[in-house]
Design a protein around this ligand. Structure first.
Ligand SMILES: [Fe+2]
Ligand SMILES: [Fe+2]
Length: 507
């Protein structure tokens, strides 16, 4: 009897493998046959390896999944019950939401890092940026390529568009910029006593700008630097009295994740607050989460000591359990960050199915890549984790960059690019440069630096949503003071912001 049931299980498993179009290593197969929930586990394993672009289910993976299931059984779920007296007006409203999947990398990465990929990537970046800059008015003559600039005389004022190949300071203290396009390169000079001097020092390698000026022999003398920037617009107001809540950098699984404070947030969202709090919670129709959902595994050396949950599946299971307690009338848009279990290099695809687990069945949960573009209530939103901020802060030598991330967000908007200098942080040279800020967003939401910050900039609401992780040992050592458990809520009708505090930690 036993051998018969094993045989029928074997054929069932082979049928699953065939329908999933995966192969199973002999050891893994033996292990699966002996398991009660073999089919479910094989489906899970298939989903994991497909996410990695592989097709063989290994013994190691099966062992990992079994271990993960055992840990899951041990964890105690904490549930937040909705207040029965809470009648959220947002519940009666239809969600107005559009996600622009064509503007993110999810399911579209074809890049293998060849020279052709790099050429295509930079050409695409340059074409997109030039398109933005071409629309800017000027009294100077717009010259189509750098090569054509050579035909102009010193008396003619011209505008050229190029990528900053190099920027250096000469021994006389002038700034010398090597500007290039796909036709030619040209040395451009900002003299040490020019009013443009400070501005020129803020130029970053690989960014695309327009320079106004004139030729003097072999040198282009710069009169003005024109950044692509977002146009000045009226700040958008919504038709409906609804609000967006912003989150980022939960770091579930870290010993510093502030779980109790996060439960307080969940209780608040479920209407378990004062009358005033209920009034705010009742308006929240959307919740955006800008990455670092979990702390991850092996993100940096010795991270192991900072984790309470050392299993990546278990970290996501806990994250999913938290998100499932957000009332279902609130639409949650979730993107990854550098701690999440997708590729570290940007642009990042959305979270793989095996980590999103039960969230995949929830119609109010939307997974997006990093960066991502979407629209709620007609507001164009750009959500980006913010990994490039570390290199931006150091390149600009912006000493208050970590304390005022909104200022760094503005720098990115001004450059119309989320990672202006190539290669400071891992980037993938996709043939389309998804890091270009191709449109002017009404809301630009990011995280990563664990510090709340807000600004209105030329009609864009710029927001860093801080963190739900307490100050780590590393942050203490470098003197960085995060602002955990501050929950910003933005009211679309009035354009006003309210920040709720769910913990009294940082100043
Ligand atoms: Fe983070
Ligand atoms: Fe991060």
């Amino acid at each position: 009897m036993e051998s018969q049931s094993a045989t029928s299980r074997e054929s069932e498993l082979l049928a699953v493998a065939e329908s999933q179009q995966v192969l199973i290593e002999p050891d893994a197969f033996q292990e699966l046959v002996a398991l009660e929930n073999a089919e479910g586990l094989l489906n899970q394993a298939a989903s994991v390896i497909k996410g990695r672009g592989q097709y063989v289910v290994s013994h190691v993976l099966v062992a990992d999944l079994v271990a993960s299931l055992q840990t899951q059984k041990k964890a105690l779920p904490v549930t937040v019950e909705a207040s029965t007296r809470f009648d959220a007006p947002a519940k009666r409203m239809e969600a107005r939401i559009r996600i622009f999947k064509d503007r993110e990398v999810t399911n579209k990465s074809r890049c293998t890092g060849t020279l052709d990929d790099f050429v295509a990537h930079f050409n695409n970046r340059f074409t997109q940026m030039k398109g933005i800059l071409r629309g800017r008015r000027t009294e100077y003559t717009f010259v189509e390529t750098i090569q054509k600039a050579a035909a102009f005389t010193a008396k003619e004022k011209i505008r050229v568009v190029g990528m900053v190949y190099q920027k250096k300071t000469t021994k006389n203290g002038h700034v010398l910029i090597e500007l290039e396009d796909d036709t030619h390169a040209m040395p451009c000079l900002v003299s040490a006593n020019s009013p443009l001097f400070a501005e020129a020092q803020g130029l970053l390698e690989d960014e695309v700008v327009a320079l106004d000026g004139f030729l003097s022999k072999e040198l282009f003398i710069v009169d003005r630097i024109v950044w692509p920037d977002v146009p000045i617009r009226e700040k958008k107001r919504g038709d409906n009295d609804v609000a967006i809540g912003f989150l980022s950098d939960l770091h579930v699984g870290s010993k510093y994740f502030l779980q109790n404070e996060f439960y307080k947030l969940l209780e608040f969202l479920n209407g378990k607050g004062t009358t005033e709090e209920q009034e705010v919670a009742g308006k929240i129709k959307y919740l955006f989460i800008a990455g670092d959902l979990v702390d991850g595994i092996g993100v940096y050396p010795t991270q192991e000591n900072q984790l309470v949950t050392k299993d990546i599946y278990e970290q996501y299971r806990q994250f999913v359990a938290l998100i499932k307690q957000i009332p279902e009338h609130i639409h949650v848009i979730i993107g990854p960050g550098n701690h999440d279990a997708v590729r570290t290099a940007e642009p990042q695809p959305q979270l793989f199915d095996e980590f999103a687990m039960d969230l995949l069945d929830q119609s109010n949960v939307h997974l997006v890549g990093n960066p991502a573009w979407f629209e709620v209530e007609g507001f164009k939103v750009l959500m980006y984790h913010g990994t490039s901020l570390d290199s931006l802060i150091s390149s600009l030598n912006a000493k208050d960059g970590y304390n005022h991330p909104e200022k760094m967000g503005i720098e990115l908007l001004k450059r119309r690019h989320l990672a202006p200098t190539y290669g400071d942080k891992p980037l993938v040279p996709e043939h389309q440069d998804y890091m270009v800020v191709s449109d002017a967003p009404d809301i630009f939401h990011f995280g990563h630096v664990h510090k709340n910050g807000y600004a209105d900039y030329r009609g864009t609401f710029v927001i860093n949503a801080g963190t739900w992780q307490d100050t780590t040992d590393f942050q203490k050592r470098i003197g960085h003071q995060p602002t955990p458990c501050r929950f910003p809520v933005y009211f679309l009708k009035t354009g006003s912001l309210q920040v709720l505090h769910f913990g009294g930690f940082a100043p």
